[in-house]
Every structure is written in C-alpha cells, then in structure tokens.
Design a binder for this molecule. Sequence first.
Ligand code: ADP
Ligand code: MG
Length: 342
Amino acid sequence: MTIEILPARLANQIAAGEVVERPASVVKELVENSLDAGATVIKIDIEKGGAKRIKISDNGVGIIQSELTLALSRHATSKIKDLHDLEGISSLGFRGEALASISSVSRLTLTSKPVEQESAWQACAQGRDMQVTVLPAAHSDGTTIDVLDLFFNTPARRKFLRTEKTEFTHIDEVIKRIALARFDVSFTLSHNGKIIRQYRAASNQQQYEKRVAQVCGQAFVDNALYLDCQHESLHLHGWMATPDYCRKQNDLCYSYVNGRMMRDKLINHAIRQAYSDSLPAETYPAFVLFLTLNVKEVDVNVHPAKHEVRFHQSRYVHDFIFSVCQQTLASQYSEQTQATDV
Ligand code: ADP
Ligand code: MG
C-alpha cells in the first residue's frame, strides 16, 4: 500500500461522519451559522424530513463574493484566528467544518449578499476535489444555504435515515432548543411548504414567556418559578417548574451555557440534586435555564457537536447552580406557607 492524501471530498465525508449525523444536525449547524452572522430573521424550509431539502435563509451579514470559495473549504472560519481565540469562544461555531462537511454529502448551494455588495453570488462545490464554482445570483441582504439530497452519495448513511416524520421531529426539537436560546430572533419553520412553527421576535418578559409557552407548553409556564441570580462572574436565570409539575420523561430539560444548548452531566446533576427530595422516583424536573459566565472560564472545544463543555472550576459552577435552584424551590414553599398562614 502506498500512502496518499485523500481527495478533498472523501476527507470531508469522513469529517462529516462526526457532525452530520442526520438532517437535524445539518439544521443545527446552519442555523447556528445564521446566528453567528447576526441574523434576526431566520427561515427554515424542510422537504421530506430534510432528506430532500433543507433550506435556511437569513438576514445576517452575508459572505463577500471573494470569500464564498473559502466558506465551503474545510478548516476555513472567520470566527477564530489563533489559539488565544480558542480559549475564549463567544461564537457558536469555530471549527470551520460544517459547510465543507455538509456539501461533501449533499448538493449544497450557498447564495449570499452582504449589505455592502451590490449583487448576490452563488457558490457550489463539485467533483472529488470539491472545486468551487461561483456565479451571479439574485438574493436580498443575507444568506441562503440550500441543501438538497442529503447523503445521496453516502448510501450507508442514507440508509440510517428514519421516517420523514421522525426526522422532522428531530428538526423541530433543534429549532425549539435554539428558539429558547434566542428570544430576540424570529424563526419560521416549514415542512413540505406548510408553516409548522412561527416564533416571533420577543423583547420583554411577557413575550419571552409566550415563547417559552410555545415551546414547553402553557402548563409549564403556569407551574414555573422565574429565577435570576448573579454571583461574581456566574449568572443563572430562567424558569424551573415546581416539583408538582414533574415529568415521566426528560423532555423539558433545557439548559444553556453562554447561549449554547447543552446536554451537560454536571449541570443536569446540579439541577436534579436541587429537586432531589421533592421529586417522586423515576420522574424528571422541567426547566429552561441559562448559565452565563466569562467565556474564558469554560472550554467548548470538547465535543465535535459541542453538546458538552468543561468548566475550569466545575465544583464551583455545580454548587452555584445547585444552591440557586434549591433556594428558588424553597422560596416557593415559604410563599405557600405564608399564604396559608394568613
Ligand atoms: P464555522 O461556523 O465553524 O466558522 P462553517 O463551515 O459552519 O464553520 O462556516 C464557515 C464560514 O462561512 C463561517 O466562519 C462564516 O464566515 C461563513 N458563514 C457560514 N454561514 C454563514 C451565514 N449564514 N452568514 C454569513 N456567513 C456565514
Ligand atoms: Mg458553523
């Protein structure tokens, strides 16, 4: 066997194995790119559970014509420049992998018009070397990424796609999680030409709660305690349901670190512990909680899909979350007792 460098497409397809698991992962990567581009209006159009089409349009800063080719190349990012930046990441993306990976396993076109540019341009990567062609196009300010026929050239992956309904449910869940993280952005999710979810931009507490109700149900909001607590550089705010509103599944466990959705053991453990005495066995708490801290105190470069983080002072973070949540739940009881006392 001789040693050879893999053709670009194959190398990207291998990388895609890590981040592009199913249509919902494509949606997550692309919507995160739109948010990083400062978009305030994002449209997500899905056809056939995402297997046929995933089209994301935004009104973000756009990509200039001369950088379209780079945007589709692997390890190309506008978000970090050096190791120093990697130690304090405030954007959702930074790996420079998503567009190259997705375009290696689909027919992807990228159309963009930055405000400062007079007209729009469209790019797509073709062939084993992923040569990029750039052509003039029509588009308003912002970017559209159109992903057709996901996994058409990786049959093993395509075989693993579930039914249209299941794949769409995963996409719906991704958008729910993101919609909770960004109340200020409007999201429209359509499936096969029909609007399924419309989250309008929210700017005050009442509108925030409306969005939380849209995602988690009115019953959650009606049973939730709002908390907002700061200690040194740590800030925790959001909603936690009273123990009476416990769930049979962990379907309403939404936690975020610096605006990034998490499935973090440490955070879940701290919250669970705060509820521990009051939750019946085999039930789950319901919460939407946002932790913010200095970006330098947390490492997000732990997992390719970035579901997990590493806190520099994990015990301290754990205990902070635990005590804030515990006090919030306790305050509810004292309010109730006072109310019955009167
Ligand atoms: P990353 O997000 O890790 O930087 P991606 O492959 O997802 O890598 O995107 C590559 C680059 O393309 C980004 O760094 C950004 O400059 C640009 N880009 C991608 N999507 C958009 C978008 N919707 N609007 C503006 N720029 C974008
Ligand atoms: Mg990205």
